[in-house]
Design a protein around this ligand. Structure first.
Ligand SMILES: Cc1cc2nc3c(=O)[nH]c(=O)nc-3n(C[C@H](O)[C@H](O)[C@H](O)COP(=O)(O)OP(=O)(O)OC[C@H]3O[C@@H](n4cnc5c(N)ncnc54)[C@H](O)[C@@H]3O)c2cc1C
Length: 374
């Protein structure tokens, strides 16, 4: 019988393995860390210098739970553990920490240096019998005394995290908060396709949430850091507001009469066309009050229906409720001997290294929990 079986060899499962004496990982097709290799555009933004307090303030989920986990294993401790595995940190803008050589592959190799035993197979069911678990894949039954669910959320299913872990948790008695794409590009109706490719600094709003930063206009809607960070809130209310620029109505009216609106505004002409349609080609001298109202509304309070695009999501909102997990140890409060870490939990954060910090900090708490319960 295996003592501890980690199901899922992604960021959280591998980080946990790096603390265990004889780690065993069940990974669906035997290839660990596929998502980790994509992080930070292949450079792996693995944590952030922000304090646990600051981080928990910017993350979504139960704040007390998040704080407890992040104070147990802060970004300083992550940096120091990574250093012990040979990864030197480099700090970039907004406190983002990446490996100095800018290569996610070295982070993966470092985490694999604990040489975990990797069993190739996809967990299809888990049953608890007395003091142990039986995990069934399509081809074998594995008996383990303790099981760690590190199967990720539902983002980038091509990397292995297809949401099957949620079902495993549910069948063991856990409830689920409905998953929704987070850190995702947004499809807009109406779209701004005529302005495709333009990057712009904006303020986005969804419900009571506001996010200021860069967006990139795409064929279907918007992407870029500000769009990714606000995408999760569209589940609550699909209306999204975008403020592109302020306008000075008097200045516009006083422009030379022959100048077109799109050439007079402080935004790229293609963006004016996308926002204003025919008005963009009108001469400034011919603008009515209603035209000026439309220009002002579209530039400062552009409204659209927004939907997070599942296929591009980097994270998942929802999952196993944190109320069903002990934050000191990550042990399930429902099933003794079961541990849940990483994206599986209904906590998510903004871009900037927060998600990997979460994966690593929860993994460390589980390592502590596993060592306490021998
Ligand atoms: C493109 C992209 C870029 C990102 N960039 C960053 C970044 O720069 N910084 C940052 O902080 N975060 C980033 N993230 C988010 C970060 O990668 C995730 O939060 C993190 O990988 C979650 O770790 P995890 O171990 O919980 O899940 P995952 O890394 O998704 O790992 C889950 C593992 O479980 C396996 N698995 C699933 N189901 C089963 C099953 N039934 N049986 C066996 N194995 C199973 C999967 O194959 C996978 O290997 C990015 C995400 C994406 C998609």
């Amino acid at each position: 019988m295996i003592d501890t079986l980690i199901i899922g060899g992604g960021a959280a499962g591998l980080y946990l393995a790096s603390f265990l004496p004889k780690p065993v990982i069940l990974e669906r097709d035997g290839i660990c860390g596929r998502k980790l290799l994509l992080t930070g555009g292949g450079r792996c933004n693995y944590t952030n210098v922000a304090s646990p307090e600051e981080m928990s303030g910017r993350m979504n989920g139960n704040k007390a739970f998040i704080r407890r986990v992040l104070y147990s294993h802060s970004s300083e401790e992550i940096i120091s553990h990574m250093r012990s595995l040979g990864i030197e940190p480099a700090e970039e803008d907004q406190g983002r920490i990446l490996p100095r050589n800018g290569n996610a592959e070295t982070v993966l190799s470092a985490l694999l240096s604990s040489r975990p035993r990797i069993i190739k197979g996809c967990a299809g069911s888990i049953e608890k019998h007395g003091g142990s678990f039986i995990v069934r894949t399509g081809t074998e039954s594995i008996e383990a005394r303790r099981v760690v669910l590190a199967t990720g959320g539902m983002s980038y299913p091509q990397t292995g995290s297809d949401g099957s872990g949620y079902e495993l948790a549910r069948k063991l008695g856990h409830s689920l908060t409905a998953p929704y794409p987070a850190l995702a590009p947004i499809a807009l109706t109406p779209s701004l396709a005529r302005a495709e490719g333009i990057s712009w600094h904006v303020t986005l709003s969804a419900g009571k949430r506001k996010e200021e930063g860069e967006i990139i206009i795409t064929r279907r809607g918007i992407s870029g850091p500000a769009a990714l960070n606000i995408s999760r809130f569209l589940q609550d209310d699909p209306e999204i507001g975008i403020s592109f620029a302020s306008i000075d109505r008097d200045k516009l009216r006083m422009e030379s009469g022959s100048r077109t609106v799109k050439n007079a505004l402080d935004i790229p002409p293609r963006l004016s066309e996308a926002l204003l349609g025919a008005i963009a080609d009108r001469k400034c001298g011919n603008l009515s009050r209603a035209d000026l109202d439309t220009i002002e509304r579209q530039l400062t309070h552009f409204k659209a229906k927004g939907k997070a695009i599942k296929e591009g999501a980097m994270n998942t909102r929802g999952g196993v409720p944190s109320s069903e997990i002990d934050p000191r140890t990550m042990e399930s409060r429902i099933v003794q001997g079961l541990y849940i870490i990483g994206d599986m939990i209904d906590v998510d954060g903004p871009t900037g290294g927060f998600s990997l910090t979460w994966a690593f900090a929860t993994a460390w708490c589980a390592a502590r929990g596993l060592s306490l319960r021998k």
